[in-house]
Design a protein around this ligand. Structure first.
Ligand code: PDD
Length: 276
């Protein structure tokens, strides 16, 4: 098992991280998760762009270009023989004695690993349950930061209530899951929260938007309330690892039941066709 650390592929057991790493002290870093289908990286350029944007937003100098990013991903998947799975990449600001004030010019620490991961076909077929709760995260959820306390608290709460994923709402506005984007279908149209500072602009979300346009399914980026969510015809979630997964039940701060409808199925089929 080989991992990437600061430009080298090394045995996982030899990979060390400093106690002075700002990622460890402050969660001072950002990350990406990219999927491999048949050894090929899905939406590589989109992931690279989002990675660059996240680093820029928190003032970390990006240490490589698109080609080097691609090289890192390919060498990791080849060396570890991972063809269907994902690559996790993270960059932290670097090592510095603990101080809220970060220095400029630190040497960023890039680490990455590859992991074989099956597609969750069973969940895609039968649907999942979401646990609805207040979104208590900060106001820059568009940055893919490794600071994920709000997200991990929400995920635990969902699991503790026998649900697969969280549905977060800020006041009455539905934002996103703990690690997924959320979509409702109403009268044949797909509706999802606009890509502003309150959600992560998912790469899968972007791809679903393209698929919807290609198949003449109306796709609206606009906020929707918990009430609109409970009255929706269909609901589904998306992410790099979940692809398009239907939602059949909501518990928590509101309750709802859905059947897996034609629009969700059509998009799932279009997605499968594109990647498999
Ligand atoms: N999570 N929203 C949040 C908060 C996320 O963490 C993610 C992804 C998404 C979906 O984004 P994408 O389609 O680009 O995967 C939305 C990844 C998979 C993770 O943290 O493991």
């Amino acid at each position: 098992n080989y991992v990437w650390r600061k430009g080298n592929l090394i045995e996982r057991s030899n990979a060390e991280v400093s106690l002075e790493d700002r990622g460890y002290y402050f969660g001072d870093g950002v990350y990406e998760v990219v999927r491999l289908y048949n050894g090929i990286c899905f939406q590589l350029e989109e992931h690279y762009k989002r990675f660059v944007r996240s680093t820029e937003e928190i003032d970390i100098p990006i240490p490589f270009d698109l080609l080097q990013f691609e090289d890192m991903i390919n060498s990791l998947s080849e060396k570890n023989n991972v063809s269907d799975g994902y690559i996790y990449i993270q960059i932290t600001r670097g090592e510095q004695e603990r101080n809220h004030l970060y220095e400029r010019g630190l040497d960023p620490v890039v680490t990455a690993f590859a992991k074989e991961a099956p597609i969750p076909f069973e969940k895609q077929k039968n649907g999942v349950a979401l646990y609805a709760l207040e979104d208590i995260r900060w106001l820059r959820c568009d940055i893919k930061t490794i600071n994920l306390l709000g997200n991990v608290m929400a995920k635990r709460k969902a699991e503790d209530n026998a649900c697969d994923e969280a549905l977060q709402h800020r006041g009455t506005t539905v934002t996103e899951g703990s690690s997924t984007n959320i979509f409702i279908v109403k009268d044949g149209a797909v509706i999802t929260h606009p890509a502003n500072e309150l959600i992560l602009n998912g790469i899968t979300r972007l791809f679903i938007q393209e698929l919807a346009e290609k198949h003449q399914v109306p796709f609206l980026e606009k906020t929707f309330s918990v009430e609109e969510a409970s009255n929706a015809d269909e609901m589904f979630i998306s992410s790099t690892t979940m692809e398009i997964t239907p939602v059949v039940r909501i518990e928590g701060s509101f309750q709802a039941d859905y059947s897996i409808g034609p629009v969700t199925k059509q998009l799932q089929e279009a997605f499968s066709e594109a990647v498999r």
